[in-house]
Design a protein around this ligand. Structure first.
Ligand code: AMP
Length: 196
């Protein structure tokens, strides 16, 4: 099984691009942020925990995230030939635990990290626009957006080295239009397919 991780700062276009990848290549899309927003709507215990943290721009606990991901993988494993992760893993601990989950599940797991490289200034602009269109509370306040970007640099960016060392890190210029970025990603996936 292949596991594509669409990686990048908040507002880099992970959601948009991972949907497009899933649609074109017929892979299964997993967004931990969307799963959490669904739990918040349901008013579940997980949702209550998540709401407070998300509204402040903080991360939800690794345990909660890993439990959701594990459940989703085991439920859907037979339904697809590849998963596309959007917004996971976001900490080194999540990445290490994710590797363990994959090892438990199969010997042949293949991870590919597609990293959308976007400058901080553009990220703030894009999030502002998304806030107006989608009405996400965590996009609405500049202070929350800034916290998320800081958290990205502190906690998520170290994953770049982690995946580079594994030789599965593929940077993509993320500052073009949706179509341009998707074109680069599609070419990468096609190339990886050919090289297999
Ligand atoms: P997203 O939709 O990916 O931007 O996620 C929205 C928010 O959900 C994030 O700012 C975090 O508060 C939380 N979240 C989503 N995925 C994770 C994760 N893998 N680890 C921790 N928190 C997460």
């Amino acid at each position: 099984m292949r596991y594509f991780i669409v990686f990048g700062p908040p507002g880099a276009g992970k959601g948009t691009q991972s949907y497009l990848i899933a649609e074109r290549f017929n892979f299964l899309h997993i967004s931990t942020g969307e799963m959490l927003r669904a739990q918040i709507k349901l008013g579940s215990e997980v949702g209550k925990e998540a709401k407070e943290l998300i509204d402040k721009g903080k991360f939800v606990s690794d345990n909660t995230i890993l439990k959701m991901v594990r459940e989703h993988l085991t439920t859907n494993y037979k339904r697809t030939k590849a998963f596309v992760f959007d917004g996971f893993p976001r900490t080194l601990n999540q990445a290490a635990e994710f590797d363990k989950i994959l090892l438990e599940m199969e010997a042949e797991a293949k991870v590919v990290v597609i990293s959308l490289e976007v400058d901080d200034a553009l990220v703030v602009e894009r999030i502002k626009k998304r806030g107006e269109i989608e009405g996400r509370r965590d996009d609405a306040y500049e202070s929350v957006v800034k916290t998320r970007i800081k958290t990205y640099h502190n906690k998520t960016e170290p994953l770049i080295e982690y995946y580079k060392r594994k030789g599965v890190y593929y940077p993509i210029a993320g500052e073009g239009s949706v179509e341009e970025v998707f074109e680069s990603i599609s070419k990468l996936i096609d190339r990886l397919d050919r090289d297999e």
